[in-house]
Design a protein around this ligand. Structure first.
Ligand SMILES: Nc1ncnc2c1ncn2[C@@H]1O[C@H](COP(=O)(O)OP(=O)(O)OP(=O)(O)O)[C@@H](O)[C@H]1O
Length: 279
């Protein structure tokens, strides 16, 4: 039994003429302690996939199993870092993180909770902004609060939906390292959804492309055979890095071309005129 399993998962939105088939025949198996990245084009169904795993959505058919049990709801065991940071606007940075920590550790004393808030706000370099409200922060700072909030809850599995997209390269690199530290020290399981192949190779054990939809499905996996801890600078000269990067990019370009050729199809519109049109 895998830690997380998706078996023949299909997901559509709407009914009848309004039906959109987003995901088709998704099969994914992640072992405990693994770090898996899914790379995909925008609009291909990545957030839908995250929400199915998180328990915010139910599959149209197929099953999502977490530790052998069907996922029916959200759970603290699976912490999600969303791309749209969703902070409570009336609370400060510290209070936003505190609320989440209190929910995850309901029996702990205030001193424990406050220390955890301080540690995780510090980890994302936001100590000077701990008393600010979200509207006083830049998009990147808000995203860092969202990262601190999710990790401070101590989830067994960290699920990341393009969590670092809005950040500058330096902050992004630092947070990648923090996430990797937490993942490896605390023996977590991680799923990263990204459109950045280099980020996926730096962080993950395996990369799986999501082929664009409608009816998006997972492509072949690419194993990242590079020793940990990985060094970004040294990696550029690593033959395995170059080989894997080229293979993934080539694959994505091929499916991108296939997508373009589908969207370039010419549709003929029927030759009709409105019956009651008065010029
Ligand atoms: N609630 C919904 N009702 C109807 N269609 C939806 C709904 N949510 C998403 N979709 C459609 O499903 C498709 C995939 O959306 P999704 O947000 O999962 O993609 P994504 O890969 O995360 O996109 P992005 O990279 O732009 O965030 C899109 O065509 C979108 O319009």
């Amino acid at each position: 039994m895998a830690y997380l399993e998706l078996n023949n998962v299909y997901k559509s939105y709407g009914e009848g003429d309004n039906r959109t088939d987003v995901l088709s025949n998704i099969n994914l198996s992640i072992e405990e302690g693994e770090f898996v990245a899914i790379v995909g084009f925008t609009g291909s169904g990545k957030t839908t996939l995250v929400n199915l795993i998180n328990g915010l959505l139910k599959p149209t058919s197929g099953e999502v199993l977490f530790k052998g049990e069907p996922v029916v709801d959200t759970s603290h065991e699976r912490g999600v870092i969303f791309q749209n940071y969703s902070l409570l606007p009336w609370l400060t940075v510290g209070q936003n993180v505190y609320m989440a920590v209190k929910e995850a550790f309901p029996k702990e004393k205030k001193a424990f909770l406050m220390k955890r808030v301080k540690d995780y706000v510090g980890m994302v370099s936001l100590t000077p902004a701990i008393n600010k409200r979200p509207k006083e922060l830049s998009g990147g700072m808000r995203q860092r609060v969202a990262v601190a909030r999710a990790l401070a809850m101590n989830p067994e599995m960290i699920i990341m939906d393009e969590p670092l997209g809005a950040l500058d390269a330096l902050t992004r690199g630092n947070l990648q390292d923090e996430i990797l530290n937490i993942w490896s020290q605390d023996k977590r399981t991680a799923l990263l959804i990204t459109n950045d192949v280099d980020e996926g190779i730096y962080m993950a054990d395996r990369i799986i492309p999501l082929k664009p939809g409608p009816n998006a499905t997972l492509g072949p996996e690419f194993k990242i055979d590079i020793e940990r801890p990985r060094d970004k600078t040294a990696m550029n000269d690593n033959p395995n890095f170059k080989k894997t990067r080229n293979a993934i990019i080539e694959y994505l370009m091929d499916i991108g071309e296939a997508r373009k050729s589908v969207s370039n199809e010419i549709y003929e519109l029927p030759d009709i005129a409105p019956k009651s049109f008065v010029a």
